[in-house]
Write a protein that binds this ligand. Structure first.
Ligand SMILES: Nc1ncnc2c1ncn2[C@@H]1O[C@H](COP(=O)(O)OP(=O)(O)OP(=O)(O)O)[C@@H](O)[C@H]1O
Ligand SMILES: [Mg+2]
Length: 252
């Protein structure tokens, strides 16, 4: 569903010069699979997800998402993904329900189907109490739910979620986790980034650790345990960042 091949992004920054945010990154996400991208601040996670969502163009390399090339067929990719970007991008003057309607129409949904789906999403994300309140009057977690709702309203086969649990309380984070598991049962492919190790452990079929734009390791929790000799993801993660000098590949 997602095949990333040698993806490289170099930003030209006025002050810093050339910033190699992503360097020859390759990995795969299969249908019905949840893959988590982990990495410290500035590792390149958001850049990778934005490239896959066709918001940015790669400097080198490419990826195929839902059967389409991100460089040559970005519109096709865009219509088949739900992308949750870190900055939410909500229109403050719209209510969650209006946002769902807006994005549903944008992706060509019929009014009746859109109404049904919108009700479903509102109830699924527990937004009933504030679905008709302007988003600029909502709390961080409420806004994040609206942003997630917007991402999934058209029921895309591929979900690309940048820190979906950011700003969420524990019950809501669990609700989102369960939603992601449910999406996997429906055969969707989910790629997400997170700083919450428990969440990655709970959700991921496989994990990609990136550091300074490079893939450090990809594999299942078992692969990561075998490679580091540690048990908990938190320890594995620290171990990979501090000790390993060479990129490694662990395949299930
Ligand atoms: N538009 C841009 N122009 C210049 N540099 C950029 C731009 N976007 C990102 N970068 C740089 O690319 C690198 C990777 O940033 P990115 O946002 O992908 O990291 P991240 O892994 O998502 O970090 P975080 O955990 O803090 O969200 C950083 O050095 C960042 O400053
Ligand atoms: Mg980020």
């Amino acid at each position: 569903m997602i095949r990333v091949e040698g993806l490289t992004k170099v930003f030209q920054d006025k002050k810093r010069g050339a910033v190699r945010a992503l360097d020859q990154v390759s990995f795969e996400v299969k249908p019905g699979e949840i893959v988590g991208i982990l990495g410290p601040n500035g590792a390149g996670k958001t850049t990778a997800l934005r490239l896959l969502a066709t918001v940015l163009k790669p400097t080198q390399g490419t990826a195929v998402v839902a059967g389409y090339d991100i460089v040559r067929e970005p519109e096709m990719v865009r219509s088949r993904i739900g992308f949750l970007s870190g900055d939410m991008g909500l229109y403050g003057r719209l209510t969650p329900r209006e946002i769902l309607a807006f994005f549903g129409r944008l992706s060509g949904m019929e009014p009746a189907a859109l109404k049904r789906r919108s009700d479903e999403v509102v109830s699924m994300l527990g937004m009933a109490a504030y679905a008709d309140t302007r988003t600029d009057k909502l709390s961080t977690g409420m806004r994040q739910r609206a942003a997630i709702g917007r991402t999934i309203v058209h029921d895309p086969p591929v979900l690309i979620l940048d820190e979906p649990s950011y700003g969420l309380d524990v019950p809501t984070a669990r609700l989102i986790e369960n939603f992601i598991l449910e999406a996997r049962r429906g055969g969707k492919c989910i790629l997400f980034s997170t700083h919450v190790m428990e969440e990655a452990e709970y959700l991921c079929d496989r994990i990609v650790v990136i550091h300074e734009g490079k893939v450090r390791i990809t594999g299942t929790m078992e692969d990561l345990r075998a490679a580091t000799g540690k048990t908990r993801l938190r320890e594995i993660f620290l171990d990979l960042l501090n000790i390993r000098e060479e990129p490694m590949e662990a395949k299930a």
